[in-house]
Design a protein around this ligand. Structure first.
Ligand code: SF4
Length: 842
């Protein structure tokens, strides 16, 4: 149901997993409201929500303008060569309204005629008939596994669920995975192994506020989710914020240097500028009030695991562990203790460059904050910086081991957590679009799980396929021909892409582009001509967040409502409708339902999740709406259908009079593990791990580390944020950060055009001098395509357990694109000016 112009609709930001609360108000008389035919751009206002407390970052403030992007896709598009005579558009025009800038499918496809054919507008019937016909033909000739599906961590819970069901029951393919494999797989694998349950934060984010210390590894919160920074104010005030990052990021500057008393204001100002853009910003609230106290550790890229092993070594060597907790609540301690004995601080310093004094200081600081030593609490948190590694699962495991040794997980006010990145990165991995899972976070190779879900779907459990290939391996397997051009039987020859821009976001992107080009059929659901859509045979226009109903699950496991405020433009449709239409065309029986009402889909999802680790069976859209209307704090999974005993700490705080009445409804589970962990014996598993190092380490022909990351103004592949003029003005092009010492040494001045070359490819961008990076390391953000696409050089080596690629570190050479023949003025980022000559560089 559409909103009335002028009436705010309470929803959430479309971007990251913080899912900041916002109100969307359709403007009176604006297009997109009732009766209008083109999209509206509602007014965005922040609202008070526990994660953002009234703050938004620049992306959130400007999020609505994406809805009115000038190149919004409003009709289905198909390569002209795939159409029969009767299906050709009657207007004889190629392309579609606003088609300027669209390119033909580049060379490389197996089908030459199709490859050079333009995308032309067609009706939904023509597009869907064509897709269904081709999928059926490919499956009939090559088997069901020849059709693959790639989902996204930004899809609603309902879409993720429907996509998984469609793949397993209609396509009957095992080959479905999603881009969350790039983001959260190692954290998920580590938490599942140690705790038996994977929920990014097993506690409300606001719990961090009471902590005396927070160890933050590989997360730049101040740029990726600025309103979250306010929850670190308590730790900062106590001098307990520890940031581990090879760069002195905006978040690392929040930790400051205790020896530098004047740093607090500068840090708060830096964050305010980064997030404010002249507007109120959640990062400033709280963050600015705290003194900047803490520690920044800047290890050699790829050595975070050694740092964690060293911290645990110190904790054990100095008798700081919580022995009673370890005895009562964990298994495996002795093995872990033996393994970290080999990581004494001096050895860690040799490997990581982190001084022994800093290691000891941080270990003592964390221990002092732990309840066992009378502290008010401590948290260990990991992010993509340490997880996107071939030893990502091991690093998460080491972080959990450290937290367990200090007695933190499963205690109110302390714990371990992983900071989920994508908007529905949590829910997206719970409901069945992951290669090895069924809804409710069930394992697809578990007979009981298969039987339960098959019963909900009304199919034979034996008809469900088994586990498929994880994302990177799936992408490598694509194509009618192998990388040498030889016909390749048994590989996926058709791919459906939902909510992913693989051409920009996948590692070793050049290889991915080749694989996509070799498909018989590429179908992309998108709302703008993303780089991946430009390669497609069929592009299906889809609705955006403010145009649809559904649910998301935040980084805390809080299930929240997304609500429609405006009408979608043209003929854009929800993926729920597209899936239902394809299922019907592919001959799905009536008993195999694919409802299009998100509330009905959610009810089925809830039944399918019942009894699983991520149990949503006590939830519905109506209950979530009622909870919110009642001022409730939201509902955290698991929420079983029936109330059961819950400890006092699990019950959300009373926020209205009606909350005090007894209820048969389960109140949800804000804090996991208070009584027991999710393992069979209820104890957390400590697992010994060891440091090996990155798969692509520095060497003479690639002597520098490349680390990748994000900037505040852009999100993921930039498909959305590059279409926001306000954001694009602030950061319009890719850049490479390098230390001035490195710049002088290799002859790359500030502002020069620089080239990074790895074993996979090369990328070019503008050099920016800064002393915030190590002299052995360069940093490049990943939001751009083409020559500035850093994933052309990243490695697709993966973690052996999680399948997560090693985005965060690889070896590169750094060189000038155009070597100047004369003196080059260099204005460096440290505020000095100078003249850099070629002689200086040699
Ligand atoms: S922090 Fe994340 S959810 Fe909040 S406004 Fe920014 S992008 Fe949106």
């Amino acid at each position: 149901m559409l909103a009335t112009p002028g009436t705010p609709v309470e929803s959430h930001c479309p971007y990251c997993a913080l899912q900041c609360g916002m109100s969307l108000t359709p403007r009176a008389g604006a297009p997109g409201t009732a009766g209008a035919a083109v999209p509206g751009v509602p007014e965005v206002q922040p609202r008070d929500f526990p994660t953002n407390r009234g703050g938004l970052c620049q992306k959130g403030w400007t999020s609505a303008s994406v809805l009115g992007a000038s190149d919004r896709i409003t009709v289905p598009l198909v390569r002209r060569s795939l159409l029969t005579g009767a299906d050709h558009p009657t207007d004889s025009a190629d392309g579609f309204a606003g088609s300027a800038g669209w390119s033909d499918r580049p060379a490389g496809s197996a089908d030459e005629a199709r490859r050079v054919s333009p995308l032309v507008p067609v009706s939904w019937d023509v597009a869907l008939d064509l897709v269904a016909g081709q999928l059926a033909g490919i499956a009939a000739e090559h088997g069901p596994e020849a059709v693959a599906v790639f989902g996204g961590g930004g899809l609603t819970n309902e879409k993720a669920y429907a996509l998984g069901k469609f793949a397993r029951t209609v396509l009957r393919t095992p080959n479905i995975d999603y881009n969350g494999r790039f983001c959260m797989a190692s954290a998920a694998a580590g938490m599942n192994r140690s705790f038996g349950v994977d929920r990014g934060l097993p506690f409300p984010l606001a719990d961090l506020g009471g902590a005396q210390a927070v160890l933050l590894l590989g997360s730049n919160l101040a740029e990726t989710m600025p309103p979250a920074v306010q929850h670190l104010a308590g730790a900062r005030a106590a001098g307990g914020l520890v940031v581990v990052d090879p760069r002195r990021s905006a978040t690392a500057r929040l930790a400051g240097d205790p020896a530098s008393g004047g740093q607090a204001g500068a840090n708060a100002s830096a964050v305010g500028q980064a997030g404010g853009s002249g507007r109120a910003d959640g990062a400033g609230a709280g963050a600015g009030a705290a003194a900047a106290q803490g520690v920044h550790l800047a290890p050699v890229p790829g050595t975070d695991l050694a740092v964690l092993l060293g911290l645990l070594h110190v904790v054990l060597a100095e008798g700081l562990a919580d022995r009673a907790y370890l005895d009562e609540r964990t298994t495996g301690f002795d093995d872990v203790a033996r393994s970290v004995a080999a990581w004494w601080p001096e050895r860690v310093e040799t490997v990581s460059g982190v001084p022994t004094a800093d290691l000891r200081r941080v270990a003592r600081l964390l221990a002092a904050a732990a309840p066992v030593h009378g502290g008010t609490g401590a948290y260990v948190l990991t992010g993509r910086g340490v997880e996107q590694s071939t030893q990502g699962t091991a690093t998460v495991t080491a972080a959990i081991n450290l937290a367990l040794a200090l007695g933190l997980p499963g205690r109110v006010g302390s714990g371990y957590g992983a900071i989920t990145g994508q908007g529905n990165g949590q829910g997206g991995r719970e409901h069945g679009q992951k290669a090895d899972q069924l809804p409710g976070y069930r394992k697809i190779d578990d007979p009981a799980a298969r039987a339960h879900v098959a019963a909900v779907w009304g199919v034979d459990p034996d008809s469900l396929p088994g586990p498929g290939l994880p994302a990177v391996q799936l992408l490598k397997s694509l194509g009618a021909v192998d990388p040498e051009g030889v016909p390749a039987p048994g590989r996926p020859r058709a791919l459906l892409v939902h909510g992913s821009n693989l051409v920009v976001s996948a590692p070793n992107a050049g290889g991915v582009i080749d694989r996509l080009r070799s498909l018989d059929l590429l179908v992309v659901c998108d709302f703008v001509p993303s780089e991946t859509a430009l390669l497609a045979d069929v592009v299906l226009p889809v609705t955006q967040w403010a145009e649809e109903e559904g649910t998301m699950t935040s980084l805390e496991g809080r299930v929240i409502r997304r609500r429609a405020a405006v009408r979608a433009p043209g003929e854009a449709r929800s993926e729920l409708w597209i899936i239902a239409e394809l299922a019907r065309r592919l001959g799905a029986p009536e008993t195999l339902a694919f409802p299009t009402d998100p509330a009905v889909v959610f009810d089925e999802l809830a039944r399918a999740s019942a009894g699983g680790p991520a149990d949503y069976s006590g939830l519905s859209h109506a209950r979530l709406d009622a909870d919110e209307a009642d001022g409730g704090p939201g509902l955290f999974w698991p929420v079983p259908a029936q109330a059961e005993h819950v400890s006092d700490a699990q019950v959300p705080p009373v926020t209205s009079a009606s909350d005090t009445s007894p209820t048969a409804l389960h109140p949800g589970t804000p804090r996991l593990f208070l009584d027991r962990f999710g393992t069979p014996d209820g104890r957390a598993r400590m697992v010994a791990v060891d440091h090996v190092g990155p798969s692509d380490d520095v060497r003479p022909d690639a002597p520098f580390y490349l680390v990748t990351g994000r900037v505040l103004q852009h999100y993921q592949s930039g498909a959305q944020t590059h279409r926001v003029a306000e954001l694009e003005r602030l950061v319009a092009e890719p850049y490479v950060e390098l230390h001035p010492v490195l710049g002088f040494r290799i002859g790359v001045p500030d502002g020069a055009r620089v080239r990074l070359t790895s074993a996979r490819g090369r990328v070019e961008a503008t050099a920016r001098w800064t002393d915030a990076v190590r002299p052995d390391t360069v940093f490049m953000p990943f939001h751009w395509s083409g020559v500035g696409s850093v994933n052309q050089v990243t490695t697709d080596a993966t973690d052996p357990i999680s399948g997560m690629p090693e985005f965060k570190v690889c070896a590169v050479d750094v060189s000038m694109v155009d070597v100047p023949a004369v003196d080059v003025p260099a204005a460096d980022a440290l505020g000095r000016r100078g003249t850099l000559t070629k002689e200086l560089s040699t």
